[in-house]
Design a protein around this ligand. Structure first.
Ligand SMILES: Cc1cc2nc3c(=O)[nH]c(=O)nc-3n(C[C@H](O)[C@H](O)[C@H](O)COP(=O)(O)OP(=O)(O)OC[C@H]3O[C@@H](n4cnc5c(N)ncnc54)[C@H](O)[C@@H]3O)c2cc1C
Length: 223
């Protein structure tokens, strides 16, 4: 792969965003109209800070979702789910008291350790400029690149991926059309030249022979 492409890819960082799901036998958190989430303040930045319940979307699910990002995501990914459950329960008991029930199940996605993902979405450095975006989405030969990371305006978001897909699709169609035009032009330039090649001369010669043959057979028939 070309150096300019590799440099652009290397400069684009990938952020990890982890939503941990905890299932409980019953609700103990505030819900109802206007109550969607609660926040935990800890001296360690990003330590089980943002909590959401799923009662509005899935009533009776008794599920809490806690969001961790980057450094905390990577730390939690490297430990066992039991250890993460223990930490999360400690945080919840700090907020709601010691009598809350233990979670019956936990789901910890591992976006960072998934070798096909290596993170959740692109996160460009503050010094990123338009050349970097142009290089990251520029095709290399017949290979085209697309995805949320190629969207200059909406990188990191679903709509960035959607809009980038449309743009790349159009660029691909344009390139296919341009390639077809180039082929047609090449043909129209080469055709007169081809007429002079040996095979063409032979073809003309064959045609003369064929005419002569027909002429001869006709003459023989008359005689
Ligand atoms: C936990 C999390 C929370 C998020 N929250 C939000 C949010 O709230 N709002 C928001 O806007 N965005 C959010 N995002 C980001 C959003 O999901 C992405 O920006 C978006 O999905 C990117 O779309 P994409 O089409 O570029 O890539 P992807 O959705 O990653 O699609 C790439 C596809 O290519 C496939 N693929 C990979 N390699 C190959 C291969 N060799 N051959 C064939 N197929 C292959 C993959 O399987 C995948 O289906 C979140 C992401 C994560 C992980």
């Amino acid at each position: 792969m070309e150096r300019w492409k590799m440099e652009a890819i290397e400069k684009c960082d990938v952020m990890v965003y982890t939503k941990i799901f905890l299932k409980f036998p019953k609700k103990f958190w505030p819900c109802g109209p206007g109550k969607e989430f609660f926040i935990y303040a800890h001296e360690r930045r990003g330590y089980y800070t943002f909590w959401q319940h799923m009662e509005n979307a899935y009533p009776g699910s008794n599920i809490l979702v806690v969001t961790l990002t980057n450094g905390e995501s990577k730390r939690v990914e490297s430990q066992s789910d039991q250890e993460t459950m223990r930490e999360a329960m400690e945080v919840l008991r700090n907020m709601f008291g010691p009598d809350i029930p233990e979670a019956s199940d936990i789901l910890v996605p591992r976006w960072w350790n998934n070798r096909f993902q290596r993170g959740s979405y692109s996160n460009y450095p503050i010094y990123a400029d338009s050349t970097m975006f142009e290089n990251i989405k520029a095709p290399v030969g017949r290979i085209f690149f697309t995805g949320e990371h190629t969207s200059e305006r909406f990188s990191g978001y679903v709509h960035g991926g959607y809009l980038a897909g449309i743009d790349t699709g159009e660029a691909l169609l344009e390139e296919m059309k341009a390639e077809k035009d180039r082929e047609t032009n090449k043909k129209s330039i080469l055709e007169p030249l081809l007429a002079l090649t040996l095979s063409q001369t032979e073809a003309v010669a064959c045609d003369i022979h064929r005419h002569l043959f027909h002429a001869n057979t006709k003459r023989e028939a008359i005689l």
